[in-house]
Structures are given as C-alpha cells and as structure tokens.
Design a protein around this ligand. Structure first.
Ligand SMILES: [Zn+2]
Length: 176
C-alpha cells in the first residue's frame, strides 16, 4: 500500500505516504461520484469541501481516501485526469498535500489556510486564474487535459512563460 489515512494534529484526517514515493509516481485513481455543476450548486457544505472540477461543468465528490488529502500552498502531489501523482520525492510518513486551486475556477468557495508554508496565500479559493503569476507558471505542467483545452486561450501567456522557464533551466544545466 502506498498511502495510509491518519489523524493529523490540527487538520482532521490526512493522507500519508506508507512508503517513499518517487517524483512523478502514480499514487491512486480518483473514484468519487461525478456530478454536474448544477448538482454541485445544491451540494452540502461538507461535500463542497470535498470535491473538485474534473471537466467542463463536471465535478467529482471525492471518495475514500482522496477526500482526506489536505490542501497546502506548497503541495507535493497533483491530480491530473482523475489520477493522483507525486509532484516531488515524498518520504515515508510524510503527509500528502495538493493545491485545491489547480485545474479549477471556483471563486465561490474559500477557506482560511494554515499550511504554514513560506508562500501561504492565507485565504485560498479554488480559482487557478486568481493565483499569483509565478505560481500559475509553476503549476502549468500539472493542469488537467480538460482544463488546458477549455482555457487554452487564457493559458497561452502562461504556457509561453513556462516554456521560457524550461529553456532557461536547460541552458543553466548545460553550463554547469
Ligand atoms: Zn497555505
């Protein structure tokens, strides 16, 4: 088993690595209930806190165990095309976090964040385009396919910056 659900100190339950995870490693498939945006508007606060966009006008009410993955402004996992992957190397016992604003445009929902990371946004919502520009560029490779397709126009300048960043890093590597 790759993960384990446990109680955290102050965030309710959380999901932890049961063993070390490699950067880019597949962790699990999301198997929640898929609903329309219309149905989402009628959902309870509990469900609203445990769901995410998975397509145009489609949301998923997360199932077990992914609904227990907490948010951090410095995430170590990401969800793409209904699958969860490690964003970086994760040590055994480390808690898994994703950023709720990746691949979503929900500015109705918000939450006070106490993740404690250096770049904590304090109050978070689920709206990718309201993120600071440097964060949008950093998250570009983690976006869902449907999101890239749906917002290809809005994402153009971000994609360009991401490509520039990759080129710069490649040059830097060569020089070393
Ligand atoms: Zn935070």
């Amino acid at each position: 088993m790759k993960i384990i659900v446990k109680k955290t100190g102050n965030r309710g339950r959380g999901v932890f690595a049961a063993r070390a995870l490699r950067k880019g490693e597949f962790i699990l498939s999301l198997k929640g209930k898929v609903i329309s945006t219309e149905e989402m508007l009628a959902a309870s606060k509990y469900h609203l806190d445990h769901m995410g966009a998975i397509g145009k006008d489609l949301c998923m009410i997360f199932g077990y165990p992914e609904k227990y993955i907490n948010h951090s402004c410095s995430p170590n996992v990401f969800e793409r095309n209904r699958e969860l992957f490690a964003m970086k190397t994760i040590k055994k016992g480390e808690e898994l976090f994703y950023d709720y604003a990746i691949s979503d445009v929900d500015d109705q929902w918000s939450m006070r964040c106490k993740c404690g990371s250096r770049n904590c946004r304090k109050v978070i919502n689920g709206h990718f385009f309201q993120l600071p520009l440097n964060i949008k560029v950093k998250y570009y490779p983690y976006l869902d396919d449907w999101f890239k397709k749906e917002f290809r126009h809005e994402l153009k300048p971000i994609k360009r910056l991401w490509n520039d960043k990759c080129k710069k890093e490649a040059k830097h590597k060569k020089r070393r």
